[in-house]
Design a protein. Structure first.
Length: 135
């Protein structure tokens, strides 16, 4: 149950968000071997005037991508590959191939399966075959 949270500045149009969500889902499935139908992508946009690096307002497109995974579900090589390819995709889509703001980040967070879940069940319960609670 991977979860990606992308924060971007400046504001983008809705088609850009759809394209980003699709690309990040595909990348998660391909590089991290995650089932695409379980990848959740949340995108927050911020006015550039609310994003600072070193106390100075950003001047170029900026991004921070956080992905949360089950602990041990990916290798160090997979994580490094994901970070590199995700950054390249963000740069391609947000900066049109130019540079992103220097402190744009891709962060991988790993949590024990007992520390998160969906449908009222922890990921650990899901791994034991529990069915999600439908509401």
């Amino acid at each position: 149950m991977p979860s990606l949270h992308l924060k971007v500045a400046p504001l983008q149009n809705p088609e850009r968000y759809r394209s980003l969500a699709r690309a990040l889902t595909e990348l998660s499935a391909r590089v991290l071997q995650l089932p695409a139908e379980t990848v959740v992508v949340l995108i927050d946009d911020l006015p550039a005037a609310r994003w600072y690096v070193g106390g100075e307002a950003v001047e170029r497109p900026t991004a921070q991508l956080d992905i949360t995974l089950n602990q041990g579900s990916s290798s160090p090589a997979q994580r490094a590959d994901f970070i590199e390819q995700a950054f390249q995709e963000l740069q391609r889509q947000l900066a049109y191939g130019g540079p992103l703001e220097r402190m744009s980040h891709v962060l991988v967070h790993e949590l024990p399966p007992s520390h998160w879940g969906a449908g009222g069940r922890t990921e650990a319960e899901g791994l034991r075959g529990a069915q999600p609670v439908l509401t």
